[in-house]
Design a protein around this ligand. Sequence first.
Ligand code: SF4
Length: 485
Amino acid sequence: MNVHDSERMAGMLEAAGYVPSTGELADVVVFNTCAVRENADNKLYGNLGILAPVKAANPGMQIAVGGCLAQKDRETILKKAPWVDAVFGTHNVGALPALLDRARHNNEAQLEILESLDVFPSTLPTKRDSVYSGWVSISVGCNNTCTFCIVPALRGKEKDRRPGEILAEIQALVDDGAIEVTLLGQNVNSYGVEFGDRQAFSKLLRACGEIPGLERVRFTSPHPAAFTDDVIDAMAETPNVMPQLHMPLQSGSDKVLKDMKRSYRSAKFLGILDKVREKIPHAAISTDIIVGFPGETEEDFQATLDVVEKSRFATAFTFQYSKRPGTPAADLPDQLPKAVVQERFERLTALQDRIAAEENARQLGRRVEVMVTAQSGRKAEETHRLSGRSQDQRLVHFSVPEGADVPRPGDLVTVTITEAAAFHLVADPASAADYSLRRSRAGDAWDRSQADSCGAGPTSPAGKTGASGKAGVSLGMPSLPVRGR
Ligand code: SF4
């Protein structure tokens, strides 16, 4: 959600005439903040401290702070960092350019926080990070009251966007070349509650299946309590909805779930996974888990380990409980000592890492279709592999056989998995016959975006690889003619 908000902030600034900074020093720095964990607070004030002398040495430079932490801390930000020029919240992202103008004109810091949303943020201009894949908000805010969570306080009650508007935005993205969308909401399967249609989310998934050219549909995040069978049927019966589900567990202990005010129990969670796997046998399921919630006993923690063992998650985002002032859980007795939380966290991650490695090992020998991404793995320099995501969202590093056509970001390759680790898969085709490339509209859009951003013509179509296998992925750099032949 925050990443998508950042895309909106960038889009509005570009619409107001700002351009991305290419040098070391920017005229405007905007922080889009998160307040979900304590570390985010510390990071913001640390970064503002680093910028103070930079701003002092560069009069005219402006600093803005927006997002959840701004919504929470408000004037505290200006007290702690009086060199900040503008502070805006989660409900008025659209005010950013005006606040910067006003701060400059009045030579005075501007603080503007709204208590609720007046414009659904997706109606704002957006500068998307990726041409082949886009986020699409279907709702903002949340009507739940999980006791550890600051989101309802900072993003307000759930507001649903009308299906026609959502589909029009998806169509516009597809027209621009995207072949993948991720539907975004704090709680996607309560979508429709505002306009009285309890099956609105499954209908939306099926409607996405009708959009020609849209190849991959994902969503995040559903809430187990609101997960209904019509959504599972829609996932299974809509070919472009990907075989992947991210569903937060948070705890495997029913007592802790009750204390968290999460209104499902572990049996219901496991039941949903069984139904999903019955209808979509290869679905990769991922989750979020909090360790060390106040009052969590060793027995409770063991219940989490048991559910993790049974769930066979492809991946899990694991967090140590972080006390957020303003949430009910922050005032609960029995806050656990750090050492206990750390030790449990390590046991949980060791278990999940083992399961992830085992689940990935089951992929060995499978043919998978990978959508190539612009980002390569950390070792890409030495391995000469490109990277992408399989249909079930697994990270795949693959090599292009000697002489074969090189894909662009957004293109699709089909390869056989030859190696598996806990966090990624590798496909090194033995020959060109074991590798196929499907050039896509998204790859064409990538070429166009690179040409627009650097002023050069499109990158060469289907460059051939040399021994390095590395040649054809455009980094947007204009190339120099080869001399001295
Ligand atoms: S469902 Fe719970 S954890 Fe998720 S945003 Fe709503 S209150 Fe927070």
